[in-house]
Design a protein. Structure first.
Lengths: 205, 201
């Protein structure tokens, strides 16, 4: 266990008695097809204990060039990671070579509607050179709610294979009233070569 | 029931259900209610945390129509002039309800540039106006990858009282570890504000 190293009480404790707590961190050091978090497995909790879940993705490196990180979920009692998702996707970019590739745009091909059950892209096409990777945060709101659809918001910073910074925004909802209790992250093709995904829960208080 | 003991981190660590969580968001350093500073700098511990979050509260410029930003030093380097490739876009709406927009801001993005990375531009200097936001820096101690960062902020543009919501992201284009960060205005002092540095682990 790490200890508190600050100079004074953490503001999350001092002010509100609430905060994020680490539930599970998974570090990939040798190629895996996906990183999964399943309620009740390997100390993972995805239930009503927490109001909101945050996943911090750090330096995820694809084994294959030009692949995007993505996610899907299972509702309670389901399998196959194929829930219906409605989503939006846009991103800003800038190339390393001076004033190149400067824009912010919606990307039609990366959103989902009409009952889509694909893995939801969270970024564009990450390069697989040694120094290239994707990092960011993904939030899942109230997955245990049995009345409402389940919202998510994601922001991923990516080293695109063409030496372009991509600032990617995906958001949407999982179109089911059932509780969600399993989530997986994977590249659109090929293994996750290395990286860390840490899962946090927002404490109810 | 809130925390009543002497060890806040133990409370943070153990209030979750299931197995006992092992870490969380920890305050590493802060500079609270500073006034009249040219720069605010923090050391970044080697291999201290997976990522860091800097919470910037009511950052007020001493000079009108300037920009607030940040730069880094790689280990052993000085001058806060690392190569950065970055993007910035913003949403805006004025107090008069007559102007709105969403667009890319080319002057605040860089292609392997060494300038301080803007999180705002053309800031208003009135006493009741300031910049607030959060900056996330991923894996600064890595000696393999470039260093991604992303920020979002809110402030008031000096022309027309526009609420500006900025989104900045990029990477520090070095495989060397990053061990220092500096915040400053493009011109003039930081008149006042607070910055909190948290480690995420």
């Amino acid at each position: 266990m790490t200890s508190y190293v600050g100079t004074g009480f953490p503001k999350v404790i001092e002010d509100k008695n609430v905060g994020w707590v680490l539930i599970k961190a998974q570090k990939v050091t040798g190629g895996v097809s996906s990183v999964d978090f399943e309620d009740g497995t390997n100390s993972v909790v995805i239930d009503g204990t927490y109001d909101e879940y945050m996943f911090v993705l750090t330096n995820l490196h694809p084994a294959s060039n030009d692949e995007g990180i993505a996610f899907q979920v299972n509702a309670s009692g389901e399998s196959g990671y194929n829930e219906v998702i409605n989503s939006t996707f846009f991103r800003a970019k800038h190339g390393e070579s001076g004033a190149s590739h400067q824009s912010v745009d919606y990307v039609d091909s990366y959103d989902q509607g009409g009952g889509g059950t694909s893995h939801q892209r969270l970024c564009n096409d990450v390069g697989n050179e040694d120094e290239e990777s994707v990092s960011g945060t993904f939030y899942l709101y109230a997955p245990a709610d049995g009345m409402k659809v389940k919202h998510f918001i994601s922001r991923m910073v990516e080293c695109h294979s063409s030496d372009i910074i991509m600032d990617n925004y995906a958001a949407g909802f999982i179109n089911t009233y059932k509780p969600i209790d399993e989530i997986k992250f994977l590249f659109t093709s090929g293994n996750i070569d290395s990286g860390t995904i840490s899962m946090f829960g927002l404490v109810k208080s | 029931m809130g925390y009543v003991g002497l060890n806040p981190q133990s409370y943070l660590d153990y209030q979750g259900a299931g197995s006992q969580p092992t870490a969380g968001l920890e305050l590493v350093d802060s500079n609270v209610d500073f006034t009249g500073e040219s720069t605010i700098e923090f050391s970044i511990p080697a291999n201290g945390y997976d990522s860091y979050e800097f919470y910037m509260v009511n950052i007020h410029p001493a000079t009108d129509s300037t920009a607030f930003g940040f730069q880094f030093n790689a280990e052993g380097a000085s001058g806060f002039n690392e190569n950065i490739t970055s993007t910035m876009f913003k949403a805006e709406h004025n107090e008069g309800d007559s102007g709105t927009g969403l667009g890319y801001h080319t002057a605040s993005s860089q292609g392997n540039g060494t300038s301080y990375q803007r999180m705002s531009y053309d800031m208003e200097i009135d006493n009741d106006e300031a910049f607030s936001g959060v900056l996330t820096l991923f894996a600064p101690s890595s000696t393999t990858y470039v260093k991604p960062f992303m920020a979002k902020g809110s402030y008031i543009h000096h022309s027309g009282k526009y609420s500006q919501n900025t989104f900045t992201a990029g990477y520090i284009n070095t495989a060397s570890a990053i061990d220092e960060i500096s915040f400053k205005m493009e011109s003039g002092n930081i008149d006042a504000g607070s910055i909190y540095m948290y480690g995420v682990k």
